[in-house]
Design a protein. Structure first.
Length: 130
């Protein structure tokens, strides 16, 4: 493996996507899609959306390898469990994430890895909710 290829494989998704500015833009695009989706928008009607967006930015930063903060998946799962999410709504969120990544012209290989992290996170939620 060339040193350039090795360096690319060791660079976090957070850095490859563009760091803090890109995660900020991605999160705003994500919630634009979420809030325009009838399957999801009602979850965010009576909450402080900017606080939610900031939580999502921190989580995405962590999930993409940009932070050493470790999330308590059991606690996060409990919070999401109270929403009684259906598979259709989880799918809708992942579709919104995919659309936001496409909006930002994120390379397909990075986009696929980010979506894989979303699915892994969903699996962790299910593991802790049973």
């Amino acid at each position: 493996m060339s040193s350039n290829a090795n360096q690319k494989s060791q660079t976090s998704l957070y850095d490859r996507i563009g760091g803090e500015a890109a995660v900020d833009t991605l999160t705003m695009a994500l919630y634009a899609h979420v809030n325009s989706d009838d399957r999801l928008a009602h979850f965010f009607e009576h909450i402080d959306l900017m606080q939610q967006i900031n939580h999502q930015k921190r989580f995405l930063t962590y999930a993409l390898g940009g932070s050493s903060v470790v999330y308590d998946m059991e606690k996060l799962s409990t919070a999401h469990g109270k929403l009684n999410l259906k598979q259709e709504q989880i799918t809708a969120f992942n579709e919104a994430l995919n659309a936001a990544l496409i909006d930002l012209d994120v390379d397909d290989d990075i986009r696929e890895k980010v979506l894989a992290i979303a699915i892994e996170t969903e699996n962790n939620f299910q593991k802790y909710s049973t």
